[in-house]
Design a protein around this ligand. Structure first.
Ligand code: 13P
Length: 256
């Protein structure tokens, strides 16, 4: 697997445009010259133009946290993949658990978004993960497999434009990350399923872990063989802590 580790920050609904400027002016010099990992930030839609212009010429890429599946039309409040591309986004997160559980997004809707985003040339980070109740009922693998298969249905040969984020819902924003070896087990399972979906392209997919990643646990998580990056929420909001996680990823890459 030749791909670099992907260190991604999901700001969720945090930061205004002026706070975005402030963040990038602090963060950029902290990670300058680090090219062992891919660095990616997902600000709110309104901050994307600022983030794109502030990150120009740096090693930081910008993505969006969501999009709709239509190109344009009477869909008040929605943003299309075409708009994201033109604004300078390379990636979009789809199927985040907050979209699934707070906004009621179904696997069918998420799949339409995945297909449309790929068609417009965006790379997709598809999020999957079980709730606490599902985990306690022994349903983790069933839930993850269903979300994967339905989310990726009909993508044809485009698996190499996809990364997956395994984010157990019970670990998001709780301060309690999954144990690295438990996450590793699910990641290994995800790679098995991806191989069933597309044997030639599965290896190139990066399966990221998300859920209470912070500087203190990043090394143990990123050292697992099937964990190819992290999707960081809370700890990506401070330039110092996100830069620390980036540096941990880079040092793991250097020691390979
Ligand atoms: P936290 O890192 O705040 O737990 O959020 C994880 C997440 O949902 C990233 O998409």
């Amino acid at each position: 697997m030749a791909e670099k580790l992907l260190i991604a920050g999901n700001w969720k609904m945090h930061k205004t445009p002026s706070q975005t400027v402030e963040y990038f002016r602090a963060f950029k010099p902290m990670v300058e010259g680090i090219d062992e990992v891919e660095i990616l930030i997902f600000p709110p839609f309104i901050d994307i133009p600022t983030a794109v212009s502030e990150s120009r010429g740096s090693n930081i890429k910008i993505g969006a946290q969501n999009c709709y599946f239509e190109k344009e039309g009477a869909f008040t409040g929605e943003i299309s993949p075409v708009m994201l591309r033109e604004a300078g986004c390379e990636y979009v997160i789809l199927g985040h658990s907050e979209r699934r559980h707070i906004f009621g997004e179904t696997d069918e809707l998420i799949n339409k978004k995945v297909i449309s985003a790929l068609e417009e040339g965006l790379r997709v980070i598809l999020c999957v993960g079980e709730t606490l109740q599902e985990r306690e009922s022994g349903l983790t693998f069933t839930v993850v497999e269903t979300q994967l298969r339905l989310g990726l249905s009909g993508i044809g040969d485009k698996l190499d434009r996809i990364d997956i984020a395994y984010e157990p819902v019970w670990a998001i924003g709780t301060g309690v990350a999954a144990k690295p070896e438990d996450a590793e087990e699910v990641h290994r399972f995800i790679y098995e399923k991806l191989k069933e979906i597309n044997p030639t392209k599965a290896e190139g997919v990066r399966v990221l872990y998300g859920g209470s990643v912070k500087p203190s646990n990043a090394e143990a998580i990123l050292s697992q063989p099937h964990i190819k990056g992290v999707l960081v929420g809370g700890a990506s909001l401070k330039p110092e802590s996100f830069a620390e996680i980036v540096k941990i990823g880079a040092s793991i890459e250097r020691s390979k």
